[in-house]
Design a protein around this ligand. Structure first.
Ligand SMILES: [Zn+2]
Length: 280
């Protein structure tokens, strides 16, 4: 005799198991529309807070429009003190504070997105371009190739099988992501003419485009492959000329002192080399 499921249970079961779609949004200030001067990147600046919050919330709305079940926003600029639970999109959750080497990516979100991202250090026409620290780091190289937040974080996400599907920032930041993830959906909110000179969209237009493109990015979840850097991997940090490595820097696990202000961490894969660097 066939056993039939109770009708009530049948109507609550989905047609097929659907994974919850979660988006992890990495935010920064230097790639937001209207931000072109260093003084405007002060996390306590009222105009910055408005500009950043508006663009972030537009992205959150776009991801939700596109079918995201959960959007987690990390306040990634300068000490995690620019965004506020008072003004963040009500359906987002705000991640506040330093994240350590893996940035919570071991939670295996469905996708990673960048909002307000700046390009890596030394890029021509990059608005306030830097790699992690404009005062501290001259150049960061992975397997000899110069990289900044975009490529290293894409690789970190890739180490946890998570693709990058969206980026907003200046033209140079958009180009930087497209060089490694051509299918990613992007919004160039400004064009850098120099380090502190840019041609920017209005906040309103930047938000409109961000919402629409974020919505479209959700359709690419599952279609875009995670970005991976194959092992073994070296992470080389050349600090700026005001820096000098500590005398025992060579004793750090997997470390090789290249010169007085350059250190190279070796790892069997990206995650191992990156974690060794992140410990210091
Ligand atoms: Zn920043």
């Amino acid at each position: 005799m066939r056993r039939l499921l109770p009708l009530a249970l049948l109507t609550t079961l989905p047609l097929w198991p659907q994974a919850r779609k979660s988006v992890f949004v990495i935010t920064d200030a230097e790639g937001i529309a209207g931000v072109c001067r260093q003084d405007l990147t002060d996390p306590k600046d009222a105009e910055l807070r408005q500009l950043l919050t508006g663009e972030v919330n537009a992205a959150v709305q776009g991801f939700l429009d596109g079918g995201a079940d959960e959007v987690i926003v990390w306040d990634g600029h300068d000490g995690s003190q620019t965004l506020s639970a008072l003004t963040i999109h009500p359906r987002a959750r705000l991640l506040i504070g330093a994240l350590g080497a893996t940035m919570t990516l071991e939670r295996r979100y469905s996708a990673v997105a960048f909002v307000g991202q700046h390009p890596m250090a030394n890029v021509r026409g990059g608005v306030m371009a830097h790699s992690y620290s404009s005062l501290g780091i001259q150049t960061m190289r992975i397997n000899g190739k110069a990289m900044g937040e975009i490529e290293t974080r894409a690789a970190l996400a890739g180490a946890f099988d998570t693709p990058v599907v969206f980026l907003s920032g200046d033209v140079a930041a958009v180009d930087e992501l497209h060089a490694i993830v051509p299918q990613a959906v992007t919004v160039a909110v400004k064009e850098g003419l120099g380090r502190y000179t840019c041609l920017s969209l209005s906040a309103e237009t930047a938000r409109e485009r961000t919402r629409e493109q974020a919505r479209q990015a959700m359709a690419k979840v599952g279609a875009i492959q995670p970005y991976r850097i194959a092992g073994p991997v070296t992470v080389e940090i050349e600090y700026t000329t005001r820096n000098s490595l500590p005398i025992d820097a060579g004793l750090r696990p997997g470390a090789e002192v290249v010169d007085d202000r350059t250190i190279r961490y070796h790892g069997k894969d990206f995650l191992e080399a990156w974690t060794r660097y992140s410990l210091f």
